[in-house]
Design a protein around this ligand. Structure first.
Ligand code: LLP
Length: 415
C-alpha cells in the first residue's frame, strides 16, 4: 500500500511502521513515501495525456533530492524560483530542458546561471525583468526563451497569504499593460517570447477559478499571436489543493476537463507547476511528546518539534491532522499541541480533541510533505530534522539531521 495508513494498531509509511523509523532515526523527523509522490505525479500526468504537456514539479513545496530524483525518473520537470532551487533540481537529475525558472526577483547572477544551464524558459514577472534578462542574454550572446506571467485578476478563493492571481498582489504583469510589454519585447533582441503564464493561488479546492484563468490566457494568446509572437506554451501554474481536514479537493481530471479544451483549441503545449498536490499528503512529520502539561483547566501536549520544523499552523493557522503513531486513536480530551520554541505562536493545534497521550509517545503530524521541511528554520538554535524516504518496506535517511556543530560551522568570533 502507498502512503500513510493505520495497520495493526500503528501508523505505517508504505510497509514500514513509523515507530520503527523513530527507533532508528530519532525524532523529530520528516518521513516521505516515494510511491505516494510518484502516484500523485502520475495522476496529473495521466489527466493531461491527450495534449503535449510538461508537469514541472514546484520544488518550493519540497526540494528533497531523493524525492525530486524519483519524480525526474518518471519524466517530471521542475519549477524553480532561485539559483539554489535550480542547483537542487540539476543535482537531483532534472534535465535543464525540463526546468522553468519563475519568481519576481531573479538576480543577474541567477539569470546568467539559468542561461548557462540552458533551461526551458523563464517565467517573467515584470517589464524591468524583461530588460534584465535581455541584457544578461545579450552579454552571453544567447537568446533567452521567456513566458510572461500575466495577472488574470481571478480570485482563487483560498487563504489571502497564498492568493497570487489578484491584481493587488505583487505577482505577474497587469493585464492592462500588455501593450507596453509588447513594445518592450519587440525592442529586446535577445529575448524570444514563446509562452504565457498564469498562477492564481495555492490550495485551491474548486476548479472554476482555473477555468476562468485558462479563458483569460486563451484570449491573450490569440491576441499575441495576431501581433506576430509565436506563443506555443501555455503555463497554468500550480495550486491544486489537497485534503488537510476533510476538504474534498477536485481530482486532476476535473481540472483537466476545463483546461484541455483551451489547450486543444490553441494547439499549444501545456505546462503545469504543481507542488502541494504531489507532495502534501506524501509526507508526515514524526515527533514525540516531551511533556504533558496541565495548566489550570488546559492541557498541553508539548512536542519535540514546533514552528522551526513546520511553520504552517503558526503562519496561516493551517490545519494539520495529528494522531498518536501507535495505540488507540479515539479522541478523548481537548488539548493544545505546542512546540518547545519561546513564542506563543509556536503551536500545531489549539483546542483539538485528541487521544490521551503521555510523555515519550510518538506523534504524527500529517500533510507535512509540502511547505514543511523547506520552510524550516533553526530558530532557538534547534538543528533541522532529518528527512527519511520510504520505498515499500525499506527506508533510508535522505537528509541527515543537523548537529549542534552544523549550527556554528559558518560562524567565527571576530572581535
Ligand atoms: N507556481 C507558482 C508561480 C507558485 O507561486 C506556486 C506556489 C506554485 C507554482 C506551486 O503551488 P502549489 O501547487 O504548491 O499550490 N507556503 C504556502 C504556499 C505558498 C505557495 C507559493 N507559490 C503554504 O504553506 O501553504
Amino acid at each position: 500500500m502507498n502512503g500513510f495508513h493505520f495497520k495493526n494498531n500503528q501508523w505505517m509509511a508504505d510497509g514500514v511502521a513509523l515507530s520503527k523509523i523513530a527507533d532508528k532515526v530519532g525524532t523529530p523527523a520528516y518521513v516521505y513515501s516515494l510511491s505516494a509522490f510518484e502516484d500523485r505525479f502520475k495522476e496529473i500526468d495521466q489527466a493531461y495525456r491527450s495534449v503535449p504537456h510538461l508537469v514541472a514539479y514546484s520544488l518550493k513545496a519540497n526540494g528533497n533530492l531523493s524525492v525530486v530524483n524519483a519524480l525526474a525518473k518518471l519524466g517530471c520537470g521542475a519549477d524553480v524560483v532561485s539559483g539554489g532551487e535550480l542547483f537542487k533540481a540539476r543535482s537531483a537529475g532534472v534535465p535543464a530542458s525540463k526546468i522553468i525558472f519563475a519568481g519576481v526577483g531573479k538576480t543577474d547572477e541567477e539569470i546568467a546561471y539559468a542561461l548557462h544551464e540552458g533551461i526551458r524558459y523563464f517565467n517573467v514577472e515584470s517589464i524591468p525583468e524583461i530588460l534584465a534578462i535581455n541584457e544578461v542574454a545579450a552579454r552571453m550572446k544567447k537568446t533567452a526563451p521567456i513566458a510572461i506571467r500575466f495577472n488574470p485578476d481571478v480570485d482563487p478563493h483560498t487563504h489571502h497569504y497564498i492568493t497570487t492571481g489578484k491584481k493587488e498582489t505583487k505577482f505577474g504583469v497587469f493585464l492592462g499593460d500588455v501593450d507596453k510589454v509588447i513594445k518592450v519585447v519587440r525592442q529586446s533582441r535577445s529575448i524570444q517570447w514563446t509562452g504565457v503564464h498564469a498562477h492564481i493561488g495555492s490550495q485551491m479546492t474548486q476548479t472554476a477559478p482555473v477555468g476562468r484563468a485558462a479563458k483569460v490566457v486563451e484570449k491573450l494568446v490569440l491576441q499575441l499571436r495576431k501581433e506576430g509572437f509565436p506563443i506555443h506554451t501555455v503555463n497554468l501554474g500550480g495550486g491544486y489543493g489537497i485534503d488537510y481536514k476533510g476538504e474534498k479537493p477536485p481530482k486532476a481530471s476535473q481540472y483537466a476537463a476545463l483546461v484541455l479544451p483551451v489547450i486543444k483549441r490553441l494547439n499549444a503545449t501545456l505546462v503545469l507547476e504543481p507542488g502541494r498536490f504531489i507532495s502534501g499528503n506524501s509526507g508526515v512529520l514524526l515527533s514525540k511528546v516531551t511533556y504533558v502539561k496541565q495548566s489550570g483547566s488546559k492541557t498541553f501536549y508539548i512536542l519535540d518539534s514546533g514552528m522551526g520544523e513546520l511553520i504552517r499552523p503558526s503562519l496561516y493557522e493551517a490545519y494539520h491532522r495529528i494522531a498518536p503513531a501507535q495505540g488507540p486513536q479515539a479522541p478523548k480530551q481537548v488539548v493544545d499541541v505546542v512546540g518547545p520554541i519561546c513564542e506563543s505562536g509556536d503551536f500545531f493545534a489549539k483546542g483539538r480533541k485528541l487521544p490521551l497521550m503521555k510523555r515519550g509517545d510518538l506523534v504524527v503530524v500529517f500533510s507535512a510533505g509540502a511547505y514543511g521541511s523547506v520552510m524550516g528554520s533553526t530558530y532557538n538554535a534547534r538543528p533541522l530534522p532529518p528527512e527519511v524516504v520510504v520505498r515499500g518496506s525499506r527506508f533510508a535517511v535522505a537528509r541527515e539531521r543537523q548537529t549542534w556543530e552544523d549550527l556554528v560551522q559558518n560562524e567565527r568570533i571576530v572581535v
